[in-house]
Design a protein around this ligand. Structure first.
Ligand code: UTP
Length: 408
């Protein structure tokens, strides 16, 4: 793209400040910036100007979950079906590790965080140990696909290689990279991170499947005959991955997707809840849940929207292909965005200072024809690490790990 073309594009989107240092740059850096401008979709930034109108929900109604008593009664049969699928190589795992983990406040990828007290215990290590339990049970390696972003790819790959994948068979591990999106101030002006570079951040965890396609991973998925993909977050150190009982239940119920859920601990707990939206499976975010929905009861007199998602989904791969032609709704999220100020100082803000633009995996659920919300015991399977202290923190996760007999 030439300078003139870049200027034209930026004028269209009201972002000409991106070129303000152009004349001061070396030729290489000029080229770098022109390429970034060419590749950037500025329309996403526009969405912050009408963010109230984004993601309008349809008519919400309850979606019953498969609860613990039913799961316990059928556990043997579910486990058998699940193990059969895993042994046959039909189940893969997708680790979403492209996020920036800004709330945790570490510069390293979140998975590299050491939560040990008397010895090193890394978040990545905990996940691998959990997955290994299934590998042992099934006597088969589960293919593991790891999503990273431009910001943490190198560090993640280096760390895992240095630690020899914590004993996982590296022949069964693949990396792929998600796309980036520009980040802006509250007026929708894109921040600059360097004179030759706009501030960008990973474009949300919703792009995982299209990024797998772009990265050639889906070809591997097809060659290997993988039929189910268990997508999971990097930060829940207690979760079970490729859990045979969950896999078996989703297969037996012939659902396009299974979603692990926990019973909410309070009506206003900050988790997205499973529901139907215009008759299709969906998730309402906690901030979208009205008083009326929060207090609604089902026919048994129980809260009707009582099961929160924990970002552990099992997708039937064949049903995901249609996703490639669809655009996920955009979420405008307030975050801390590093930038260079007028004095060209690099600023790392302590408080949110603008918007990032993200597509979310939970919006993929609404594209699926059927979903099985599958209850798990919160104290045994949900220990997310979002913050350093307080709710969903290193501290709370350590306590939960200890309660489950994990040495730290
Ligand atoms: P979070 O919503 O906790 O976001 O991600 P985050 O960016 O990691 O953390 P904060 O909000 O800045 O503190 C939930 C899961 O989705 C992944 C994360 O790595 C985590 O496993 N994720 C998030 C991605 O893979 N890509 C993204 O762009 C965002």
């Amino acid at each position: 793209m030439t300078y003139v073309e870049a200027l034209e594009k930026l004028e269209k989107w009201g972002q000409t400040h991106v070129l303000q240092y152009f004349d001061e740059l070396t030729q290489d850096k000029q080229q770098e910036l022109l390429t970034q401008i060419e590749e950037t979709d500025f329309s996403v930034v526009e969405s912050c100007k009408h963010k109230e109108e984004l993601n309008k929900k349809g008519v919400i109604s309850p979606l019953a979950a498969m609860e613990l008593p039913e799961i316990q009664a059928c556990a043997d049969s579910f486990r058998e079906t699940g193990l059969e699928a895993i042994k046959a190589g039909k189940v893969g795992a997708v680790l979403l590790a492209g996020g920036m983990g800004t709330r945790l406040g570490s510069d390293d990828p979140k998975g590299m965080y050491n939560i040990g007290l008397t010895k090193d215990v890394y978040i990545f290590e905990r996940l691998i140990v959990n997955l290994m339990e299934v590998v042992k049970q099934a006597e088969a390696w589960v293919p593991l696909f790891i999503m990273t972003s431009d910001k943490n790819k190198e560090a993640t790959e280096k760390f895992l290689k240095e630690h020899d994948f914590f004993g996982y068979n590296k022949e069964f591990v693949w990396f792929f990279k998600q796309d980036m999106a520009p980040a802006s101030d509250y007026e929708g002006k894109v921040y600059m991170e360097e004179k030759w570079k706009m501030s960008t951040s990973p474009n949300g965890n919703g792009g995982w499947y299209s990024s797998m396609e772009k990265g050639g991973i889906n070809q591997i998925v097809h060659e290997k005959g993988i039929e189910w993909l268990n997508v999971f977050a990097v930060d829940n150190v207690l979760q079970r991955i490729a859990d045979p009982v969950f896999v078996g239940a989703t297969i037996q119920k012939k659902c396009a997707v299974g979603a692990k859920v926990v019973r909410k601990n309070a009506p206003d707990e900050k988790v997205g809840v499973m529901c139907l939206e215009d008759g299709r499976p969906s998730i309402v975010e906690y901030y979208e849940l009205t008083e009326e929905l929060m207090n609604a009861k089902d026919e048994k007199g129980e809260p009707a929207y009582n099961f929160g998602v924990i970002l552990n989904y099992l997708f039937r791969e064949a049903d995901l292909k249609a996703m490639l032609d669809k655009k996920l709704p955009l979420h405008v999220v307030e975050k801390k965005i590093p930038y260079i100020n007028q004095d060209l100082e690099y600023v790392k803000p302590e408080e949110p200072n603008g918007y990032k633009f993200e597509g979310l995996v939970l919006d993929m659920i609404h594209q699926m024809d059927s979903c099985l919300p599958f209850e798990v015991v919160r104290e045994k399977e949900f220990a997310p690490i979002k913050n350093k202290t307080g709710v969903d923190s290193v501290e709370s996760a350590r306590a939960l790990l200890a309660a489950n007999g994990v040495q730290l």
